[in-house]
Design a protein around this ligand. Structure first.
Ligand SMILES: [Zn+2]
Length: 412
């Protein structure tokens, strides 16, 4: 329907890349034609991102919550809900907080050539992909900008290098992004359960994060707290069969990433997957909107209006729009409020934007997420606690941190 009819299969099958950060390493070239149809990506779309960046700089620290810049994640100990443990790590000390359910987590990745990575090992500290606590004092973290705005140029190039390393010789960051380390951080932040979102990268081999994460969680016996999801590559012949197999083994949520997997969320090949998701009772978790650090060539895939047909044509499928639409948050919020099968992940949004989301929705269908191990879980938790501190927002706090996720995943 509508804009979908402009698409051709040729344009759908873009180019896969080994990257969650937007650095194309080549991947499988399925097609050399990369330029989007004009209605897919307009000058207005380009301008909207530039405007978002400008406005964010102008208004940071100027909401009712004022400035919130901390010396690393440990610096969040200055907030009333946090302190430091004996090792000097951030600790949530307020036991009145509803135990959060984190709907947006990952583990360290080993793909392609599958470099050595033991997901069951414990190390003294986690190296988050934005490792704000590496030095003392920590590197500054501003709660009132989109989260990835806290990456310096140097940290971004580190991130790209480590992403490639995860497919080749192994990343020293990934080596710390393990199940015991995740559980330790969950305990320290009083997080009850976490959804693990693998991604199918479309690689010629070594593309088994769904299986690897599920097997590691199962063999450690943590299936009550960690819920591994599944991912398939849209357009792959085996996608439907893989969905069935993973669902049979207990996955409840399917992660799809329009910019990394380079597909339009309303393409017929993708719609086909939602149809099967409905049959299997799977929730779809989309990466939503433009993060701004991926290559511009992948921006067209994540423009909010391209998500609408999925929401509209599959009213019985529940869709989580990750990052609340990232830097397209305003348009994504508007879209989500028109569809009651749309849920917004809050991860990454600034305090100012989180406040807008709460005002707009009353907390309905907002979901707590942290994007661990990109960031410390405390960063997302702090924002929710600040934005729900006011009297009368107790229920909103509970809904965002826990209640909405419990309603969405009733068997948790
Ligand atoms: Zn993520």
């Amino acid at each position: 329907m509508g804009s979908r009819s402009f698409l051709t299969r040729r344009r759908f099958l873009g180019r896969a890349s080994l990257s969650i950060t937007g650095l194309s390493t080549g991947g499988i070239v399925l097609n050399g034609c990369d330029s989007p149809p004009p209605e897919r990506y307009t000058q207005a779309d380009i301008n909207a991102l530039a405007t978002q960046r400008e406005q964010e700089q102008q208004i940071r620290g100027k909401s009712i919550y004022g400035e919130h810049i901390y010396d690393g994640y440990r610096g969040l100990a200055a907030l009333p809900w946090f302190g430091l443990d004996d090792a000097g790590q951030l600790l949530c000390i307020d036991d009145s907080i509803p135990a959060p359910i984190d709907v947006h987590c990952h583990l360290g990745m080993s793909v392609l050539f599958k470099p050595e990575l033991d997901l069951q090992t414990k190390t003294p500290r986690v190296r988050h992909l934005l490792d704000c606590d590496a030095a003392s004092p920590g590197s500054p973290f501003d709660l009132d900008i989109y989260a990835n705005g806290n990456f310096s140029e140097e940290a971004l190039s580190d991130l790209r290098a480590h992403t490639i390393a995860q497919g080749l010789w192994g990343s020293e960051y990934a080596a710390t992004q393990t199940i015991p380390n995740l559980l330790r951080e969950m305990d320290s932040m009083r997080v009850d359960k976490a959804l693990l979102l693998p991604i199918k990268l479309g690689l010629p081999f070594g593309d088994t994060l769904t299986e690897d994460w599920r097997d590691a969680v199962t063999s450690m016996g943590h299936t009550n707290r960690l819920h591994p999801g599944l991912s398939v590559y849209p357009g792959a012949k085996s996608a439907i069969a893989e969905m069935r197999e993973h669902a049979k083994r207990g996955a409840r949520v399917m992660k799809l990433h329009p910019t990394v997997q380079r597909f339009y969320p309303d393409h017929p090949e993708a719609m086909h997957l939602y149809n099967e998701a409905e049959r299997l009772g799977l929730v779809i978790f989309f990466h939503g909107g433009r993060a701004g650090i991926e290559p511009e060539s992948s921006h067209p895939f994540a423009i909010p209006r391209h998500y609408e047909a999925a929401l509209q044509e599959f009213p019985n499928v529940q869709f989580i729009l990750g990052h609340g639409g990232a830097r397209d948050g305003a348009a994504m919020l508007e879209l989500a409020t028109r569809h009651n099968n749309a849920w917004l992940g809050i991860h990454g949004q600034s305090l100012t934007r989180l406040e807008a989301m709460i005002q707009h929705t009353g907390g309905e269908r907002l979901l707590f997420g942290t994007d661990w191990p990109f960031y410390h879980m405390g960063a997302s938790l702090a924002k929710v606690l600040i934005a729900t501190q006011a009297k009368g927002r107790e229920k909103i706090r509970k809904d965002i941190l826990r209640g909405n996720a419990m309603a969405l995943f009733s068997s948790f």
